[in-house]
Design a protein around this ligand. Structure first.
Ligand code: PMP
Length: 398
């Protein structure tokens, strides 16, 4: 009898299971619209040209070694990453009230932020502090906050299925009724899974209520540059909240916009009232990192720091980001055009009521792999498979 005999089998992580099923499918027409990773029009992963270049610089640099990094990470990575989020001329940076923690991907940044808030935010009973995540959201939001000890993770209204857009009234209503000091996880741009972001006007309304009701802003910025092709445009909401005087967290992932998925490059940017607050927060962050991963890995952080801190490489990276964003936008527009041309019914009611059955049909009968929510990764589309996908969606929905 094994000591592990009583361990129950956990359910697989949906998105990774989907990829495995895809890999094993012999159908030559198969398409993976599941995992959120960029693919070229040939359906292949893309190592950004700027990344290849900087990797060579790192290998050639004899001054570098494999000593431990500081607990909070590579200083030039942390500061340049925060600058990307807050803007070159951010008043908060100039006023010395921004700090950062290098983390293991965007997930690590959310985790560090959640662990800190559970320990230090909103008094002694803070595990009771509600954490609000959008309905729907990236499924890991719920678990990361619950695993950090928050007992009350709730959804806030976000998506209006009927009108197929943002449920602004519902969102604002939940902000109005949330207990004071509640934590709100906001998607900085390219909302996962709906792809719908508030407009500038809508963000200003959200900020107004959050400020008045003393709610905590925790941005999740996993796709900066991917929504519009422009880093500054995609950071508009984060920067606007800073101008409104919020103390806040912003979890940044460089997995997508640098294509560094397996290097685990993330940053938690902290904006506080003044330098003294930042100092004390970082001192506690150091304790949390120490018992979690002790100190972070260097390769991805070096790569990002060199790129962001060298003018020509920075320009080249922005160009690479735009290449990826443009392909995503093009695929979205062509899929829409093709479905319109086919006359595919667009009433969401029809789709949501039968979504589970339709997803199953797409996978089993068409070898087109997508998440049970119906979310599809636009990068999985290519000029070669888009007709097949559009036709299959059409036949599944009608
Ligand atoms: N937040 C959201 C909304 C995401 O979609 C993702 C990645 N799928 C992450 C955070 C985490 O990214 P990372 O892989 O860098 O941990």
């Amino acid at each position: 009898m094994s000591l592990f005999g009583e361990v129950p089998q956990a359910t697989p992580v949906a998105v990774f299971k989907l990829s495995n099923d895809f890999k094993e499918d012999p159908n030559p027409m198969k398409v993976n619209l599941g995992v959120g990773a960029y693919r070229t029009d040939e359906g292949q992963p893309w190592v950004l040209p700027v990344v290849k270049k900087v990797e060579k610089l790192i290998v050639a640099d004899n001054r570098l070694n494999h000593e431990y990094l500081p607990i909070l990470g590579l200083p030039e990575f942390r500061s340049s990453a925060s600058k990307i989020a807050l803007g070159e001329d951010s008043p908060a940076i100039q006023e010395n009230r921004v700090g950062a923690v290098q983390c293991l991907g965007g997930t690590g940044a959310l985790k560090m932020g959640a662990e800190f808030l559970r320990r230090w935010y909103n008094g002694n009973d803070n595990m009771k502090t509600p954490v609000y995540v959008s309905a729907p959201t990236w499924e890991n939001h719920n678990s990361v906050f619950a695993n950090a000890g928050f007992e009350d993770v709730r959804p806030y209204k976000y998506w209006d299925a009927e009108k197929r857009g943002l449920d602004l009234a519902g969102f604002l209503g939940d902000l109005e009724t949330a207990p004071k000091h509640s934590i709100f996880v906001l998607h900085a741009c390219a909302h996962n899974p709906t792809g719908t972001d508030p407009t500038h006007m809508e963000w200003t309304q959200v900020a107004e209520v959050m400020k008045r009701r003393k709610l905590f802003v925790f941005f999740d910025s996993a796709y900066q540059g991917f929504a519009s092709g422009c880093l500054d445009k995609d950071a508009w909401a984060v920067r606007y909240f800073v101008t409104q005087g919020f103390e806040m967290f912003c979890a940044q992932s460089f997995s997508k916009n640098f294509g560094l998925y397996n290097e685990r490059v993330g940053n938690l940017t902290i904006v506080a009232r003044d330098a003294d607050n930042v100092r004390r927060v970082l001192s506690q962050m150091e304790k949390i990192v120490r018992v979690t991963w002790s100190n972070p890995p260097s390769q991805g952080a070096r790569l990002v720091a060199i790129t962001l801190n060298t003018a020509e490489l920075f320009a080249e990276w922005k160009d690479n980001v735009k290449t990826m964003a443009d392909r995503v936008l093009l695929m979205r527009a062509s899929l829409q055009a093709k479905l319109q041309a086919l006359g595919t019914p667009g009433t969401w009611d029809h789709i949501t009521q039968q979504i589970a059955k339709q997803v199953e049909y797409m996978i089993k009968e068409r070898s087109i792999y997508l998440m049970a929510s119906g979310r599809i990764n636009m990068c999985g589309l290519t000029t070669k498979n888009i007709d097949y996908v559009a036709k299959s969606i059409h036949e599944t929905v009608v």
